[in-house]
Design a protein around this ligand. Sequence first.
Ligand SMILES: Nc1ncnc2c1ncn2[C@@H]1O[C@H](COP(=O)(O)OP(=O)(O)OP(=O)(O)O)[C@@H](O)[C@H]1O
Length: 288
Amino acid sequence: MNEETPAEIKDELAAADAVRPETFEYAIHVRGLRNQFGDAIIHDGLDLDVRSGEILGVVGGSGTGKSVLMRSIVGLQTPTAGEIEVYGKTLDTITDAEESRDLRRRWGVMFQGGALFSTLSVAENIQVPLREYYPRLDQQLLDEIAAYKVSMVGLPPDAGPKYPAELSGGMVKRAGLARALALDPALLFLDEPTAGLDPIGAAKFDELIRELADTMGLTVFLITHDLDSLYATCDRVAVLAEKKVIAIGTIPELLATEHPWIQDYFNGPRGRAAAGCNIAAERQDRKS
Ligand SMILES: Nc1ncnc2c1ncn2[C@@H]1O[C@H](COP(=O)(O)OP(=O)(O)OP(=O)(O)O)[C@@H](O)[C@H]1O
């Protein structure tokens, strides 16, 4: 039986905080990263800084190691070499279990395809990380938090008791996002969140991410192939090629670089179309 009130639990957690995201200029700092599978070298000498509060788009050809980079940062993949700091802490050198938990609950991850547990309802999926990190929360509070997260991502209240198979593709993505936001993270990792959505659904999802990032002050690491998403949501974009981050900056800054992949990507027909839409949307905004 839980004898503490939610407020007391919250105070206790605040007192135990070892990581204060708001004090860091950079949420993520990667130096000299190397990842290798057998003979295949995926990253070699990769450096990356993600600023606190920015939405960083991560692009690169298929197989350039965007997901492996994300998995390395969140501790799901042990790199062959290099340093990764998140809010000034290096996961693999933290020996204190509490400190490691404290760092891990600062981020939420939305994997490709949502990766929901198919045998759990949306609300139960959202409660999985809550139960893991706050085992003393009672069921009523868990239900309240899940309902709040459901509404936060724009799902109707009746989505909570539904199972993933009963949801549309767009709703599954939103449910995955709700679960990633369960612990009120400071840092959000999204792996191709708009893949498989129709253009209208994708644009709505982009809008939601931008809105949540602004209101919650999130730092977002956004892997995407979707040029429209880059234009609509990202403050900066990092380009992975040749086993490294070959360029990072705003889209105009990247357009000024001469790297052939960057030029092909942003100035190819799709890139021009996305840039055109962006200009058209800005014009429309100015008019209204
Ligand atoms: N656990 C693993 N074991 C062996 N090889 C792996 C493993 N994980 C990833 N790879 C390989 O690493 C490379 C990079 O994979 P990754 O999924 O990061 O690419 P990506 O840039 O995200 O690609 P995409 O845009 O197609 O999703 C691929 O060649 C992949 O096959």
